[in-house]
Write a protein that binds this ligand. Sequence first.
Ligand code: PMP
Ligand code: GLN
Length: 385
Amino acid sequence: MHPENLPHKFAAAELNIFTTMSALAQEHQAVNLSQGFPDFAVDPALPQLLYEASKAGFNQYAPMAGLPGLRDAIAADIARRHGVTADAGTEITVTPGATYAIYTALSAVLRPGDEVVVLEPCYDSYKPNIEMQGAKPVGVKLQPETFRPDWQALKDAIGDKTRAIIVNTPHNPSGTVWSRADWDCLAALVSGRNIYILSDEVYDQLVFDGLQHTSVLQHPELRSRSFALFSFGKSLHSTGWKIGYCIAAQDLTKAFRNIHQFLSFSVNTPAQHALAHFLARPASGGAASALLQQKRDYFLELMQQTPFRLLAPAAGSYFQLASYAHLSDLPDTEYAVMLTRQYGVATIPVSVFYSDRHDDKILRFCFAKKEETLLQAAERLSRIG
Ligand code: PMP
Ligand code: GLN
């Protein structure tokens, strides 16, 4: 056996940044604002419902596409929140997380040699997932500081080989949010071409300052060519449950399920029962956005006492960007390691989200944390000279 001869299917680093920084945080007992996950409790009804479902005997395989009761609940929820109609039988598939759904959607549409346009900086799984299909990611940088799309650059990147474009709103890591006008611009660019849209909307329930999330599913021209991907991990503060869902037109869902049935086949049954019951309760509309907005504001206020320069307040997601360009010449990956080791605060260096490792000396801070966690981090960061 020669494990060194195993194929390298993609160009990414050996260990991804979230594993690396969370491990470093643990090693140095640092406050971990790196990997995006809440450190506060989920609604106590969730573990109770999970326990009850398992105790009631729901411990065997769920149907391949997801529990019908959960898919009905998702259809009702998406209609209420986004005014979108999705058929629970033919357009909604429950998945083991959104990362899995992104892989599955890419696998369903890509052929070797295809190109997929990604707007950078972007979530770290997109590019390796594209490369695993024998396809090629084509990075297009969002504009500096604002992280708005550069429509001309996007237009220039689209060619005969372009098979898909990945959009992420609210955006990780910048927290920017797309408007209807943005979707219209994208629709104009893909009109008349065979290009699919993967719309990563995992932070759809974390939007601030009265803004509304705009889903690709609301766009009449894009709806039929799009996979919209969501995660209960984000909306219910339960990232460890790893359950999400994909909404796509019937023919795309068929292709998606064709892969899914041979990948994980189905998703944790008692957890699906728990989620179905949880969604059926009277809706607490906007609660997650209100909670996270409060945390964002608290974090922004605390950061004023530190020497970092904050970028625009996040309009959504649970990440805030800040620059240290005036403090150090270190590359952001080294600066993030230094901060963890010497000051006890772990963050994510934004260059890892660019294929060319473009470095503007910006760090990503996750503010989905208890107030005491954020306070402790800010106290430590304010010691920086
Ligand atoms: N997309 C984005 C933009 C994310 O930030 C994340 C990370 N949580 C995911 C997808 C993955 O979601 P899940 O944990 O459900 O796989
Ligand atoms: N989405 C999370 C983040 O961006 C982490 C997900 C992961 O650990 N793979 O921090």
